[in-house]
Design a protein around this ligand. Structure first.
Ligand SMILES: Cc1cc2nc3c(=O)[nH]c(=O)nc-3n(C[C@H](O)[C@H](O)[C@H](O)COP(=O)(O)OP(=O)(O)OC[C@H]3O[C@@H](n4cnc5c(N)ncnc54)[C@H](O)[C@@H]3O)c2cc1C
Length: 405
């Protein structure tokens, strides 16, 4: 049976990408339903660091979307009762070559408002960093951190209460076309259907993802409690991040750094490890991560990988003893050269997949691009057909979009 009045937009998936699409649709006065196959979101969107990263994102669309998304998080968080745990990011350069990468980065447009900081000054401003023997650091003011496992349910609830989004929890979308989505229990009529399946490459969106050569990247993550009660004032990264994040890794000096790290940190690079550490309100830290890529990665977390991650943590932050409180893994899709796929298999049917592990940082920008460039934002189910309204600047480029399969 069809839902009584139908919806302007039906979305499959209540991760951050689906929720950001729901937000962008309601900004334009559209009536929205979200179907989530699980009783609550347990995907990458609640397993991540909650680090909304601007500095280090790939130049172009990804960096632009990250800035936009950070601004939207900053506006929505207080409205939805979401705490901003901390702001800013320290990138500590241990190697002289890493310092060269940071210097090159600071000279780009993306380095605006970031500061290159000498070790002594970094020690004064962030005494919890291990600056001894360091070449220097970069401080970025752009980042913010939310506790994803709390933020995603709070954002869903805000969308339900304030934006009247209708959620169907525990209802997988089994089939979709441009005018409807079918779950095991109902068929929802819609003007537009958006599939945001996250790491589910073999489900409802499989017909359009199958031939794109996507794989899954599996990450190991830890929550630790420092025994000295140390509090991080901002997020922290290190040398290995400079050969992983494209905003740094695409700069010419990063090549020499990659060669150097292949000698000094071959074991970490083999597991795709780089350090991110962030602080939670209860004093614990979320620390990671590693990257193992496969069509379906082996699901067993390895102690040696956790040990390497913790070794990088203790090299970067002044903590000698800590207790591991939690360990978990997470998956995200990867492949192709774009950071995000925006597919339109037919007018009115869209597939949105972040393929770079940057969805917490870019989802609002991606959703805004989708609605600004592609989706007809005129409501046809409301009593009066509502004209579209959009917020903020309407970027015109969707260069990350892939051709339809
Ligand atoms: C460990 C880890 C750490 C990360 N850290 C960061 C970070 O700090 N900053 C950052 O920017 N990014 C980070 N990322 C990446 C980021 O979390 C992802 O890019 C983002 O969460 C993807 O959101 P999503 O909504 O596409 O996917 P998900 O969060 O996986 O959500 C997809 C949802 O769709 C549902 N679904 C699938 N198929 C169907 C269907 N047929 N019908 C209904 N529902 C369906 C799933 O159940 C799921 O809830 C991290 C990722 C991981 C794994």
């Amino acid at each position: 049976m069809y839902a009584r009045d139908g919806f302007d937009v039906v979305i499959a998936g209540a991760g951050i990408v689906g929720l950001a699409c729901a937000w962008a649709a309601t900004e334009r006065g559209l009536r929205v339903a979200v179907c989530e196959r699980d009783p609550r979101c347990v995907g990458a969107s609640v397993r991540n660091f909650g680090l909304v990263t601007v500095t280090g994102q790939r130049a172009g669309d990804t960096w632009r979307r990250a800035r936009y998304s950070r601004d939207i998080w900053a506006i929505l968080a207080p409205q939805a009762g979401i705490s901003i745990e901390h702001t800013g990011l320290w990138v500590l350069a241990r190697e002289a070559l890493a310092w060269e990468v940071l210097q090159a980065f600071a000279a780009t447009e993306m380095g605006t408002h970031c500061a290159l900081v000498e070790p002594q000054e970094a020690a004064r401003r962030a005494p919890w960093l291990r600056t001894a023997g360091c070449a220097g650091a970069l401080y970025s003011p752009h980042e913010l951190r939310i506790e994803s496992r709390q933020a995603i349910p709070l954002l869903s609830e805000w969308l339900r209460q304030v934006r009247a989004v209708q959620f169907f929890w525990g209802e997988p979308v089994l089939e979709a076309d441009a005018r409807s989505a079918r779950t095991p229990w109902r068929r929802l009529a819609a003007q537009q259907v958006i599939l945001c399946p996250g790491a589910d490459l073999t489900g409802v969106a499989a017909p359009w993802l199958r031939d794109l050569g996507l794989q899954l990247s599996q990450l190991q993550m830890l929550r630790v409690r420092p025994r000295n009660g140390l509090r991080l004032g901002s997020a922290v990264m290190g040398d290995l991040s400079l050969v992983r994040y494209r905003g740094y890794a695409d700069l010419p000096p990063a090549r020499a750094l990659a060669t150097r790290l292949a000698q000094t940190d071959a074991d970490s690079l083999a597991h795709g490890i780089h350090l991110i550490a962030v602080q939670s309100a209860d004093g614990s830290w979320v620390v990671g991560d590693s990257h193992h890529q496969d069509a379906m990665p082996w699901p067993f977390a390895r102690q040696e990988v956790d040990d390497l991650i913790l070794r990088h943590l203790q090299r970067t932050v002044a903590v000698d003893s800590l207790q591991v409180l939690e360990r978990w893994t997470g998956l995200y899709p990867t492949g192709g050269d774009a950071d995000c796929l925006l597919l339109a298999p037919e007018p009115g049917l869209y597939v949105v997949v972040v393929t770079s592990g940057t969805g917490a940082s870019t989802a609002f920008g991606i959703a805004d691009d989708l609605f600004s460039d592609r989706i007809a934002t005129t409501s046809c189910v409301s009593d009066t057909c509502a004209p579209s309204s959009s917020i903020g600047p309407a970027p015109s480029s969707t260069s990350a979009a892939s051709p339809q399969p």
